[in-house]
Design a protein around this ligand. Structure first.
Ligand code: PMP
Length: 360
């Protein structure tokens, strides 16, 4: 039986996508070969790559001013590639809202002088900084945000104002494609695929083409955005299979109604789960008390004791709810409910939480 899978990433995928993969992994559309066996330079794969890109742009609303590339190395490689390409010894502002933005900031130090524009680390990242707490530098080359903090369960529902004319970059690994946002606000967005977009192995980087004129020359070929843009992500062998799965996930997203429908479902799931948590605040203790900061993707809570948490996870697991243990650095419970988690899964989990509370 298929479990309700709350893994934080790699994460649950739509069953219809897995079924298509089952067929097409053996033979792709009458080609007599698997998608795993075709050349990345074949016209079939180039068509897959372009369709994936076009669909991604269509769903998220990127204009022709933007280009998307598909790279390996995870979002973690982007922590370094971003400053390597754009910082050039200068200053960039990092808004530090969790472990991932801290890691991005750390990499930037290799290439220039990143500035901590704001951080809520002294409150264990349990809320996002308020707009007035963010102190931008005089003339930063860019500003870097993390839109959803996978480990701490916070998410920007409204991005703070930023100074006119400064490019804004964002790590959207754990909430890309989960809701509408204004793409024009960003000059560069990167997202590892393994939460909302597909499997591990590919990272999507979308950047404004005009940004490339600011990119550093003389970088190692594979680490320069220019290389991959000029070669339509085919400078070397890209993660073919992962890109193909992303295509299927995007097709699924479009079929069910695109971002509007996805956002509606995600809002519903958040309403249900935070509803239970706020109904029993002394039992299911939300770690993010500031409601405006709460993530709709990763919901974190503690319980009255660690013993009870262990019991909760054990009983949930035997009832078919998988992957609820909080990140090893924070403990507690974390419910990751990306796009492919159905509303029904959250309804069932909420019922389990009601029953568990009654019995314990
Ligand atoms: N950024 C965010 C917001 C993440 O959640 C993660 C992974 N969980 C990463 C970056 C790192 O991604 P990767 O493991 O693909 O390098």
């Amino acid at each position: 039986m298929r479990k309700w899978n709350f893994n934080p990433g790699p994460a649950t995928l739509p069953l219809s996508v897995l079924k298509k993969l089952e067929r097409n992994t053996i033979e792709l559309d009458g080609l007599g070969m698997s998608i795993l066996e075709i050349s990345h330079r074949s016209k079939e794969f180039e068509a897959i790559l372009n369709e994936t890109k076009n669909l991604y742009h269509e769903l998220l609303g990127f204009s022709n001013d933007y280009e998307t590339i598909f790279l390996g190395g995870g979002a973690s490689l982007q922590f370094a590639m971003v400053p390597m390409n754009f910082l050039n010894g200068g200053v960039a502002d990092y808004v530090i809202t969790g472990s991932w933005s801290k890691k991005a900031y750390k990499e930037a130090k290799f290439f220039g002088n990143p500035n901590v524009a704001a951080t809520t680390e002294n409150e264990n990242f349990t809320r996002l900084p308020k707009e007035e707490e963010i102190k931008y530098s005089e003339k930063p080359i860019y500003i870097h945000f993390t839109s959803n903090n996978t480990i701490y369960g916070t998410q920007w529902h409204k991005f703070p104002k930023t100074p006119e004319g400064v490019p804004v970059f964002c790590d959207m690994s754990s909430d890309i494609l989960s809701r509408r946002f204004d793409p024009k606000m960003f000059s560069l967005i990167y997202a590892g695929a393994q939460k909302n977009l597909g499997p591990a192995g590919v990272t999507l980087i979308t950047l404004k083409k005009s940004l490339l004129s600011l990119a550093k020359e003389g970088l190692p070929t594979m680490l320069s955005y220019k290389t991959h843009i000029e070669n339509n992500s085919l400078y070397n062998t890209p993660p073919v299979y992962a890109i193909y799965v992303v295509k299927l996930v995007l097709e699924w997203a479009k079929e069910i109604g695109g971002l509007d429908e996805i956002e509606k479902r995600n809002n519903k799931k958040a309403e249900l789960l935070y509803g239970i948590i706020d109904k029993y605040p002394d039992y299911y203790k939300a770690t993010v008390k500031d409601k405006a900061s709460r993530s709709f993707m990763n919901v974190c809570f503690r319980m009255p004791s660690e013993e009870l948490e262990a019991k909760f996870i054990k009983e949930a697991t035997s009832s078919g709810f998988h992957g609820l243990k909080g990140h090893r650095s924070v403990g507690g419970i974390r419910v990751s409910m990306y796009n492919a988690m159905e509303v029904e899964g959250i309804e069932k989990l909420c019922q389990f939480m009601e029953d568990f509370k009654k019995k314990n």
